[in-house]
Write a new protein. Structure first.
Length: 163
């Protein structure tokens, strides 16, 4: 498990650099310090997060739980089983990092197959549908207030909940 977590950490760092999030973090550092205490209270970021333990506390598929906060972004864990719902996020990209298992991000023109340690960012406005033929554990990063079902809504829309 330690190897999977190390792979996940490297993938997150790479994604942050590739997406420019590292620059946004530096620019927002001053603002972030002002919000630090409230963010820690919201997400309990005064301590480390063990992803394996976090996944053990989730039963329902596609019911994301917030495990941390990064500036204005929520860090969430979700168990993927079966097919989710076709949707898009008109105002934000959608970040997926597979911690264990396999996840397919279905796009209208192709499928993106992800295994443990793989990440994919669905560009804003692109319709997609996550699918896991067998259970997959996934880390998601998206702005606070972003519904998991994007513009589709419906019964699979989950409230933002901490783990």
């Amino acid at each position: 498990m330690a190897a999977k977590i190390a792979v996940a950490r490297r993938a997150i760092a790479t994604a942050m650099i590739c997406s420019g999030m590292d620059t946004m973090m530096a620019a927002g550092a001053k603002r972030g310090l002002q919000r630090a205490s409230s963010a820690r209270n919201f997400c309990g970021m005064d301590d480390k997060v063990n992803l394996a333990a976090a996944f053990e506390r989730i039963d329902d598929a596609y019911s994301p739980r917030i495990v941390g906060s990064l500036n204005d972004y929520k860090l969430m864990v979700v168990k993927a089983r079966g097919e989710f719902v076709w949707h898009s996020h008109p105002d934000t990209d959608d970040f997926f990092l597979v911690v264990s298992g396999k996840l397919t991000i279905q796009l209208r023109d192709r499928d993106v197959e992800l295994s443990a340690g793989d990440l994919y960012v669905v560009p804003r406005g692109v319709e997609h549908c996550p699918r896991a033929d067998e259970e997959a554990h996934v880390l998601l990063i998206e702005p606070h207030g972003t519904p998991n079902t994007g513009d589709a809504g419906g019964p699979l829309t989950a409230a933002e909940r901490e783990l």
